[in-house]
Design a protein around this ligand. Structure first.
Ligand SMILES: *[C@@H]1O[C@H](CO)[C@@H](O)[C@H](O)[C@H]1NC(C)=O
Ligand SMILES: *[C@@H]1O[C@H](CO)[C@@H](O)[C@H](O)[C@H]1NC(C)=O
Ligand SMILES: *[C@@H]1O[C@H](CO)[C@@H](O)[C@H](O)[C@H]1NC(C)=O
Ligand SMILES: *[C@@H]1O[C@H](CO)[C@@H](O)[C@H](O)[C@H]1NC(C)=O
Ligand SMILES: *[C@@H]1O[C@H](CO)[C@@H](O)[C@H](O)[C@H]1NC(C)=O
Ligand SMILES: *[C@@H]1O[C@H](CO)[C@@H](O)[C@H](O)[C@H]1NC(C)=O
Ligand SMILES: *[C@@H]1O[C@H](CO)[C@@H](O)[C@H](O)[C@H]1NC(C)=O
Length: 350
């Protein structure tokens, strides 16, 4: 290589490095990105310049090399030389939260990537009449990222507001005041996270479902000693509450142990079509639900054959309908009689 060539090459390189417009940028071109934990993460950086880069674009997080990313590099072969470096990871985690820099030659650009995780939890109604808490909140891995989160709650398709029943507290949790069995069930929370009001790039999470659970409860209304007339039907309703919805089974202990119990249902209603002395005994409604552990509650009724002789035949009509029948029949007779008399008078007149 002679001196002139060498001079030309140096001046060409000098020209390129000093006077070219070099630019390095992250795609998207933002000072921050907000990503949900578990989402794929794509860190792409592009270098554009007339200067031929002697190295590749370097992406670092908190001055360290990225961990667990797969890189692809692309570069165009003519000016402007675009050097694209893409780091991909399938599953963003808190370890990816941080301050990213992309650099090449003397160019450098910065971007913060915030990884947001959601904490949500169901709760257990431990005592009636107290306050119940359901939790749903987005948390930045780094804590001090000044992100705004909006949490909205709904239950049974209705949006919940802070009122005498509910309290939606600053951190997103829902307080159900004076909670009782009617408040049990699934609740939905929706979270939106952003940095400032005019941020168009809001991170909107899918809807999460949490539930207010309560232990099973059974009630059999009315008298616990039931007297049934022979061959009459009997129906006993066992009301159950709780969430998750309890399973209900019936269990019978008959007075005459050598008798077999009538078929017993799985479900809230016990029905015996023709009650006989052999059916006398205790009938227990057992409600079962799986709430962290298996919980079982029960209530019983005793059924006896009514021996007091006020049963009568199985289908006895009441006295009142007979009186009504007689009255209707009489009224009809009077009306028809009236018409006949009127017709007779008219035919006599004409
Ligand atoms: C990563 O992001 C860049 C810039 O937005 C895009 O061109 C590229 O297709 C993305 N790669 C994947 C695998 O999503
Ligand atoms: C370089 O990148 C820019 C922006 O992505 C694009 O518009 C341009 O066409 C690219 N040039 C070449 C030669 O690839
Ligand atoms: C994503 O990462 C978390 C923890 O880092 C792990 O529990 C989860 O199984 C991962 N998911 C996938 C799809 O790799
Ligand atoms: C939920 O409530 C039931 C009944 O009161 C109780 O036995 C159980 O330990 C509770 N579980 C939790 C996780 O609080
Ligand atoms: C929200 O605040 C309530 C009451 O101060 C607390 O019990 C709950 O743990 C908090 N939730 C989160 C996610 O910080
Ligand atoms: C039925 O229940 C009563 C009261 O709980 C009990 O005294 C009686 O022995 C029971 N009878 C049978 C057959 O289990
Ligand atoms: C119990 O049932 C058996 C068989 O039907 C009958 O022979 C017996 O008399 C019954 N005992 C009582 C106490 O009703």
């Amino acid at each position: 290589m002679n001196a002139i060539h060498c001079y030309c090459l140096i001046s060409l390189l000098f020209y390129r490095f000093v006077s070219s417009e070099a630019r390095v940028f992250f795609v998207p071109e933002k000072i921050m990105q907000i990503l949900a934990e578990g989402e794929p993460i794509n860190v792409t950086c592009i270098y554009q310049s007339d200067a031929i880069p002697s190295e590749d674009v370097q992406i670092k997080r908190n001055r360290q090399n990225l961990k667990g990313f797969e890189f692809t590099r692309k570069g165009s072969t003519s000016a402007p030389w675009n050097r694209t470096t893409t780091g991909l990871k399938a599953n963003a985690s808190c370890a990816d939260d941080g301050h990213y820099t992309c650099s090449i030659l003397k160019e450098k650009i910065e971007q913060n990537i915030y990884i947001i995780r959601v904490v949500h939890s169901s709760s257990n109604l431990s005592h009636l009449g107290g306050d119940a808490f359901l939790q749903c909140a987005a948390q930045g891995c780094s804590g001090d990222n000044h992100l705004i989160q909006e949490v909205s709650w709904s239950h049974g398709g209705k949006k919940l507001m802070t009122d005498e029943k509910y309290d939606i507290i600053q951190n997103g949790s829902l307080v159900i005041k004076n909670a009782d069995y009617s408040d049990l069930g699934p609740y939905q929370c929706k979270i939106v996270v952003y940095h400032d009001e005019d941020d168009t790039d809001k991170l909107i999470f899918p809807i999460f479902s949490v539930s207010l659970q309560g232990p099973p409860k059974v009630t059999i209304e009315g008298n616990k000693d039931i007297y049934v007339c022979e061959n009459h039907p009997v129906r006993v309703l066992c009301k159950t509450e709780g969430f998750p919805k309890p399973d209900v089974v019936w269990h019978a202990r008959l007075e005459n142990a050598s008798e077999e119990s009538p078929p017993l249902p799985d479900g809230n209603e016990l029905y015996i079509e023709t009650f006989k002395s052999i059916h006398e005994g205790n009938y227990t409604c057992i409600a079962n639900s799986f709430m962290f552990t298996q919980i079982e509650v029960q209530e019983s009724v005793r059924m006896f054959l009514d021996g007091k002789g006020h049963c009568g035949p199985a289908k006895e009509g009441s006295k009142l309908p007979i009186i009504i029948d007689v009255a209707v029949f009489g009224a009809l007779l009077i009306i028809i009689g009236g018409i006949v008399v009127w017709a007779v008078f008219r035919s006599k007149e004409s």
